[in-house]
Ligand binder design. Structure first.
Ligand code: ATP
Ligand code: ZN
Length: 286
């Protein structure tokens, strides 16, 4: 039987959509009739398990799954023997301390002898130890943000992205313990065939991620402005320059990073570029 790479992803929740779209953008088509426990890919040697995110590190440590997609926060909390292969750039959040909005918080000494509610007792314990603090950790399994309001705790440690949940519950973020994003984890000792499939997967993931941050740019330039315009374009190598049917004009093609994009466009226009087209790149193989 053909070896398949077994990957564990979250069965529903914040990482589910992005995990599936990443696989899809890698050209991996999952079989229809996903029964929400496991499925297979049609065109790639892969089997997908749908699990609760908290269970994924354990499954990968036990080699029930070869690899998994999970937030770094879960990996560090669970402390399992797994290896991080690749950051994936989605599911970004931070694990932060929050206290009542009206409280005066100067530094973490504020937490001394306080009661802290969290679903991350291990990471909170580490933070307290590193800062020589004594505080009571009250572990709860969900809706941590309501704990101070109902008198269960003085402070909380929870995942934050926009901060709107804290705000709605009368809390403010005062300290960040950890920055987290989704990562691909792997069992530390994969068999050779699994290792080879993982290499293929990683190659595709890197190509997809690079393409997501890069745009393809096409523009027309008068020949006398070419050198100035080319100097504005970073590109992978030097840009492609093709003559246009109209004498004295050229078409210039290159790639630009999403972050520098608007600034470069302004400068290109200033330098005389016309008919600028910007198109998404689907894959980028370097
Ligand atoms: P499960 O049912 O799988 O246990 P869950 O309720 O524990 O799901 P989700 O809320 O779906 O988990 O979050 C999954 C992951 O998404 C988190 O572990 C974290 O890495 C990431 N994440 C990103 N932003 C946030 C946020 N604002 N709040 C919580 N998690 C976030
Ligand atoms: Zn969970």
């Amino acid at each position: 039987m053909q070896t398949r790479l077994k990957i564990a992803i979250q069965k529903s929740g914040r990482l589910y959509d992005d995990s599936l779209s990443l696989l899809k953008d890698c050209g991996i088509d999952l079989k229809n009739g996903i029964n929400k426990l496991k499925t297979e890919a049609d065109n790639f040697p892969m089997e997908v398990f749908f699990l609760r995110d908290d269970d994924i590190p354990q499954y990968v440590e036990d080699a029930v799954a070869d690899v998994g997609i999970v937030g770094e926060n879960v990996i560090y909390e669970k402390n399992k023997k797994v290896t991080i292969s690749e950051k994936l750039g989605f599911g970004k959040c931070r694990l932060s301390v929050a206290v009542g909005r009206s409280e005066v918080y100067q530094n973490c000494r504020h937490l001394e002898n306080k009661k802290i509610a969290t679903t991350y007792p291990v990471l909170v314990g580490k933070f307290l130890k590193e800062n020589n603090l004594k505080a009571e950790i009250h572990e709860i399994s969900g809706s941590v943000e309501i704990a101070p309001g109902i008198g269960l705790a003085d402070a909380i440690v929870d995942l934050v992205s926009s901060g709107s949940t804290l705000f709605m519950n009368g809390l403010k973020e005062v300290e960040t313990i950890l920055h987290s994003e989704a990562v691909l984890i792997r069992h530390p000792q994969l068999g050779k065939p699994q290792q080879q499939i993982l290499e293929k997967l990683l190659f595709r993931i890197r190509s997809v991620r690079k393409a997501r941050h890069t745009k393809y740019i096409l523009l027309n330039a008068p020949n006398e402005k070419l050198s100035e315009i080319i100097s504005l374009l970073p590109g992978m190598k030097s840009p492609t320059v093709l003559p246009l049917a109209e004498p004295g004009w050229s078409s210039v093609h290159s790639v630009v990073n999403e972050n520098d994009f608007w600034e470069i466009i302004e400068k290109l226009k200033g330098a005389g570029a016309q008919g600028i087209l910007v198109v998404p790149i689907e894959k980028m193989i370097l």
